[in-house]
Write a protein that binds this ligand. Structure first.
Ligand code: SF4
Length: 289
């Protein structure tokens, strides 16, 4: 089996077997993202995906988790996904979870009964990129969806019973839009109450349009202090009882982890400690995507 191009997966899929169901991202226009710019999006033939799984099963028959890459494997027609999930069940009896990235558009194209069928067949996690709950920010980064549409997609996943993990990006609004980004992202999370919330911090990738905006001066990157203040405001607008909140990625200046809402005061305290100099920020050279 050979992977095509660079492979990306959520941090929590670090120990998963990865099989490409799609190549690239169906949207591929976000101005901050360089992940799949070298790939022309396509869905792989199902027989090739099943053949990869069969080969993997010979090497790793006890795999406990499988991640179907690349971006947006949920774009596959439901009957194809069901065939893949049934193959996984047959070949990997110890597999506890199969996960995918799902774009808001692909989620909304699935009817509730299709998502329920996918859950019954073993789909155990959908990762959804919110990036920001602020429509002005979403327009600026060319996300191609409004916050309302992304929230509707998240709620459809939650209603199906499939666990939902949603990611946003600190600093993605820059100095101009940070407050709206903080408030509206907190509110979008509140509306969805995802099982897992991941908050990364913007790292500009050379070659992306946002990188050019930053070097040209029309987009101003937040300092670690400004990112902390933005996160604090976001948390103050988040009411997500039971959601696991993680902002402990290699890109984050202050590592936070807890369960909302009970751990929110401790996380806000940690941010205040950083803002008032009692806690150090991660050094720039230690940050990575
Ligand atoms: S951020 Fe996600 S949706 Fe946007 S281009 Fe990158 S992979 Fe595609």
């Amino acid at each position: 089996m050979q992977y095509e191009g660079s492979i990306y997966r959520p941090p929590s899929e670090a120990h998963s077997l990865i099989v490409q169901a799609t190549i690239g991202c169906s949207h591929n226009r976000c101005t901050f993202c360089g992940m799949y710019k070298d790939k022309q999006f396509r869905i792989r033939p199902v027989e090739d995906i099943l053949a990869d799984l069969t080969e993997m099963a010979r090497l790793y028959p006890k795999a406990g988790r499988i991640f179907l890459a690349d971006g947006d494997a949920l774009v596959l027609p439901t009957e194809k996904l069901l065939a893949i999930l049934s193959h996984i069940r047959m070949l990997f009896p110890d597999c506890r979870r199969t996960a995918v990235y799902g774009s808001p558009r692909s989620i909304l194209l699935k009817q509730p009964d299709e998502l329920e069928a996918l859950k019954s067949a073993g789909l155990g996690m959908i990762y959804l990129g919110l990036e920001s709950g602020d429509d002005e920010v979403l327009r600026h980064i060319h996300k191609g969806m409004t916050a309302g549409e992304i929230v509707a997609a998240g709620l459809r996943v939650k209603d199906s019973g499939i666990p939902l993990s949603v990611t946003a990006i600190s600093g993605i609004g820059g100095k101009k839009l940070w407050r709206g980004h903080a408030v509206h992202t907190g509110e979008a999370f509140t509306a969805m109450k995802p099982d897992y919330i991941g908050l990364l911090t913007l790292m500009l990738e050379e070659g992306t349009p946002l990188f050019s905006e930053a070097t040209g001066g029309s987009f101003q990157v937040l300092t670690p202090e400004e990112v902390s203040l933005e996160t604090l405001v976001m948390l103050e607008h988040m009411d997500c009882e039971g959601s696991v909140f993680r902002s402990n990625h290699a890109s984050n200046y202050v590592s936070l982890r807890g369960t909302l809402n009970e751990d929110r005061p401790a996380m806000i305290r940690a941010l205040k400690d950083a803002l008032e100099g009692r806690r150090a920020y991660k050094e720039e050279y230690l940050r990575m995507l």
